[in-house]
Design a protein around this ligand. Structure first.
Ligand code: FAD
Ligand code: SF4
Length: 483
């Protein structure tokens, strides 16, 4: 289908309005402000509605990208929202945090010459527009979802009870899909707030927490119940949920929140912490609003963050905002960094320094047991490893010391073994990842399904959502097989 509007031949994306780097490095307000309706229409018209539409294959939850972009191009924002929301339960979140450069935008035809269409920015725009125009958005959604098939589907799981364990994007998506099919769904969350990494990990300046709360409240509107401070494996185990609490199926979406360490000398010194601790104190416990919120957080003058993923970028930018001078130490080169390109760019703009091809050897302490420096060695890249990235190897005799009074470790995370240890019959791998069918989420234990980071290890929001969506279909088929 050819574009039904005059295509904008501009090679670059419409710039995203955002806070000045110097100002934002001192506050926790959202960095990017989002497109205006005019910006969005101009950007949408960069899409040529190319015949093969590779962007569609690049989206793990199947958002009808060219269709929603066409609606935006015509200023039909409610229709655009309905098209996005039908496929993606959390568009305001995905528009902000998905690694689009490796998904839809990475394969967009416009990216062959110039920049790809700003698909993520447009998704964010329509989701934010819908929050500001709830009645128009709801009407468009109702129209899109109307029809006899939909009504029949909404009763498919009537009378069935499902427990979702954990409240990250995998469980939230699974819960929403099941509630739309009429199931009575309860989400059990170990922490006191719902949202998983979206509330305790990703900082306010990238993902405002009132926005996550709004997405969660739209699930409450669908009838989903939430029980917080409920650690499954302690309060009830999975068998008790099924046998005593009356649930017909359980979805395990407990993530991969157990932090990894470097395993070097000096990790026990004062002033050394894992990124998870820093981010939880600041995001979930609001330490950045001290003294209004009483959570203490240690911040040094010279902070080193070790790692190259989103977690490392978030920790570095958080420490910077709390007043530290921050250097990121990463053992490969910039090309191999797993963090979203935009976050690396923003970190650089905010004045964070990078020591690439560098790896920590040991943390050095002072006579009071506090960290005083980090001994590092230079690395060079060898042959690609199993992940396809070139394996770093130490350069002999290259050791040197960096001053530091704060060290944050952000080198990956693992799954918590609690569910595996308290659920007989649940098959897990040697790394405690739950073994689940990729298509249905079914585990080795009848009635128990799983998805997200707890199955594939630390990954992305959109992959967790895709797994939650597929597991909801698997649970529906298990509880009410289609004819
Ligand atoms: P989670 O979001 O981890 O949620 C699991 C929930 O289960 C948690 O709330 C946990 O408290 C709860 N839980 C655990 N055990 C139990 C139990 N026994 N009983 C009850 N509840 C339990 N991805 C992106 O796509 N883009 C990004 O920019 C990005 N940035 C990130 C930044 C940080 C700091 C981190 C940590 C991750 C980031 N990710 C990002 C990765 C992404 O957030 C995760 O892949 C995604 O949240 C996984 O979703 P999930 O639902 O599987 O698990
Ligand atoms: Fe439009 Fe790019 Fe998708 Fe083609 S690949 S339809 S240009 S967004």
């Amino acid at each position: 289908m050819a574009a039904t509007y005059e295509v904008n031949k501009q090679l670059e994306k419409v710039p995203m309005p955002e806070q000045d780097p110097a100002a934002r490095a001192c506050n926790f307000d959202e960095v990017a402000w989002g497109y205006t309706p005019e910006d969005a229409m101009v950007e949408a018209r960069r899409c040529i509605q190319c015949p093969k539409k590779p962007c569609m294959d690049g989206c793990p939850v199947g958002v009808p990208i060219p269709r929603f972009i066409e609606s935006v191009a015509h200023g039909e924002f409610a229709e655009a929202y309905a098209a996005v929301k039908a496929a993606n339960a959390l568009p305001a979140i995905c528009g902000r945090v998905c690694p689009q450069e490796r998904q839809c935008e990475g394969v967009c035809t416009r990216g062959r010459k110039g920049e790809p269409v700003g698909i993520g920015r447009l998704e964010r725009f329509v989701a934010d527009w819908a929050f500001e125009h709830p009645d128009e958005a709801a009407a468009a959604l109702g129209q899109a979802e109307g029809g006899a098939d939909r009504a029949a589907d909404s009763k498919r799981l009537a009378g069935k009870r499902v427990a979702c364990v954990g409240s990250g994007p995998a469980s939230l998506t699974c819960a929403g899909e099941l509630a739309k099919m009429g199931a009575d769904v309860t989400v059990f969350e170990a922490l006191h707030k719902v949202g998983g990494v979206l509330v305790y990990g990703i900082p306010e300046f990238r993902l405002p927490k009132d926005l996550v709360a709004r997405e969660v409240s739209s699930l409450s509107d669908l009838g989903v119940s939430f029980e917080t401070n409920a650690v499954i494996g302690r309060l009830y185990d999975v068998d008790e949920l099924l046998d005593e609490q009356g649930f017909d199926a359980v979805f395990v979406g407990t993530g991969a929140g157990l932090p990894g360490y470097l395993g070097i000398e000096g990790e026990g010194l004062n002033g050394v912490m894992v990124a998870n601790e820093l981010l939880t104190r600041v995001n979930l416990m609001k330490a950045y609003l001290f003294p209004e919120h009483e959570t203490p957080v240690y911040v040094g003058k010279k902070c080193i963050v070790v790692g190259g993923g989103n977690v490392a970028m978030d920790a570095a930018r958080t420490a910077k905002r709390l007043g530290a001078d921050v250097t990121v130490v990463y053992r490969r080169s910039r090309e191999e960094m797993p963090a979203r390109a935009e976050e690396i760019h923003h970190a650089e703009q905010e004045g964070i320094a990078f020591q690439m091809l560098t790896s920590p050897v040991r943390a050095l302490g002072d006579d009071k047991g506090w960290i005083a420096g980090l001994e590092c060695e230079r690395m060079e890249l060898g042959e690609p490893d199993a992940s396809g990235r070139r394996r770093p190897k130490p350069v002999a005799g290259s050791e040197f010391v960096m001053d530091a009074d704060m060290l944050v470790i952000a080198v990956g995370s693992k799954t918590n073994p609690l569910i595996a240890n308290t659920t007989p019959g649940l098959e897990v791998t040697a790394r405690n990842l739950v073994v689940a069918d990729e298509r249905t989420g079914a585990t080795s234990k009848p009635g128990v399904f799983a998805g997200g980071d707890t199955v594939i290890g630390a990954a992305t929001v959109i992959l967790a959502m895709g797994a939650g969506k597929r597991a909801a279909s698997g649970i529906a088929e298990y509880l009410a097989p289609s004819a």
